[in-house]
Every structure is written in structure tokens, then in C-alpha cells.
Design a protein around this ligand. Sequence first.
Ligand code: AMP
Length: 298
Amino acid sequence: MAAGDRGRVMEILTTIVGCRERRRAEREAGHRVALVPTMGFLHEGHLELVRTARRTADRVWVSIFVNPTQFGPDEDYESYPRELERDAELLKHEGVDVIFAPSADEMYPREPIVEIGFSGLEHKLCGTDRPTHFAGVGIVVSQLFNVVQPDAAVFGQKDAQQVLLIRRLAHDLHFPVEIIVNPTVREQDGLAMSSRNAYLKPNERAAAPAIYHALCRGRELVEQGESSACVVRDGLIRGIESEELLKVQYAECVDADSLQDVEMIDGPVLLAVGVRVGMARLIDNVVAVPGSGPEGEA
Ligand code: AMP
């Protein structure tokens, strides 16, 4: 029997007041709540996050909100795919308790003047081309943590930089929320699932798995003892751009804990890439631990 068939009623809330009321009732009933923040147009990657949330809490909330403040002026905010009805069906089937799907006006009745910065980390990797993106993520995640007040929140490793910055946000601002990270969910050919994969034309979709293959090759190099970040980075770019349709925006080999640049690899590194494929901009990453592969072991 599917989780959603257990007879629980899923509630769709659109207001902050409604959220607070429901949350108060759940707190009084002693429930532990896990929140999965999303922008909707859900795929199996999101649903895995929901299943992880279910394992840690007895009430699962999913927010669906295409957050305007994390999109730059020339980005795809208007055209970002939205399908609330279909999303709600999927989440009902997963036994989700609450969907929080506010309007932009509900979340931002006024242009916010509070800004969240991350001491420059927001300008690395994805931030090189999207300078205001993580400030917007910081604002909306803070809003969601304040409104829903979840005991736990689940995020995907697919957005590794986001995970790192949100961990710091929760830590530095003392949000009493446990941050849980789910591994990246992939298509069978290795392409990381993403709502933006819907933008890909068939030939672009066919080329896209080269991104993950290049990352795996890079990880292998590190595991086998390659210590030059430059060599690994060049390999990523060459591997990805061996497909003509793929244009690397960034390919980095950085310290996995701090995102700081490394020259010599002597600890876990994050290999992270942003790639333009036609209309889409895809990101992916893997963590590589030096000397952990069969040939790298002493
Ligand atoms: P989004 O709707 O793209 O904002 O993503 C919402 C959450 O789902 C974020 O925490 C993402 O990291 C996570 N997510 C998106 N795609 C995947 C995936 N393929 N595997 C794991 N998590 C994912």
C-alpha cells in the first residue's frame, strides 16, 4: 500500500497565519516536523528527500515556492515550470502531511531590505554567474525556518554549495533545526535529476550524462593520488566539453568543508561544475577523498 493511501489528509496551506496555526497544533500534539523546501515541478530526487524526511519525523511538510529573490534579472523566474496539481498528487501519494505553497506576495509583501551574505562564499561556484542567488536563498530559507519552525529540514547534495551555506545560516543564526542532507538522485545514465532537465532538447539530453562521467573520472584521479587541483579541473573541463553542446561555466576543485580553493589536494575535495546546455544551466558535483581508491591506497 502506498504511503498516501493510509487515510491521512494532506493539507495545502498558502498563508503564513495558516502555517503558524497548524504548526502550533502539531507542537501541542508532540509531533516532530521535517520540512523539505522545494520550488516544485517535482521529480524523483525531491521525492527521495520526502522519504528521508519521513524516516526522521512523524509529520512531513513540503514547501513549494518559486522564490523570486534567488533569480537574477535575466534568469528563468517567469518561465520556471510550475505544476502544483501534479506535485500535490505526487506528495499525497508519499503521505506528506502539509504542503506550504505561498504566493510571492505572501512571502514578500514588501521588497525585503534585510540582506544575507556569506562572507564571499556566495560568490564562488554557482555565485560567479549568479551573484545574488545565495542572498535570495538565505532570505527564503530563513523565512521558511521562521514560519514553519521545523525540527529538521532536508536538502539535496546536488546543491552542495547551498547545503554548506544553509548549514552555516542555521548555525550562525541559531535556528533550532537539524539539517539533513540527501545524496544526489540520478537518472540511469548518471544525469542528476533536475526540474531544469525539462528544458533539454533530445540531443542535449543525450549529451548531458558527460557531466557526471567527467566528475566520476575526476574523482577517480583524486582517489588514485592525483594531487594537483589544476590537473583535475582541466580534466573536468575537457571531459565535459568533449560533448560539443556542453559549455562549462565553472569547474572547480575546492576544499569540501570550506569551499576554499586548493592547489594541492591533501584532503576531501568537492568537484563541482556548472554547465550550460542550450536553454538550461545544469549543476552537479561529487566529493573525492584522496588516496581512497584501490590504486591510491598505500
Ligand atoms: P529545487 O526544487 O530545485 O529548489 O530543489 C529542492 C531541493 O531538492 C533542494 O534541496 C535540492 O538540492 C533537492 N534536489 C533537487 N534535485 C535533486 C536530486 N537530483 N537529488 C537530490 N536532491 C535534489
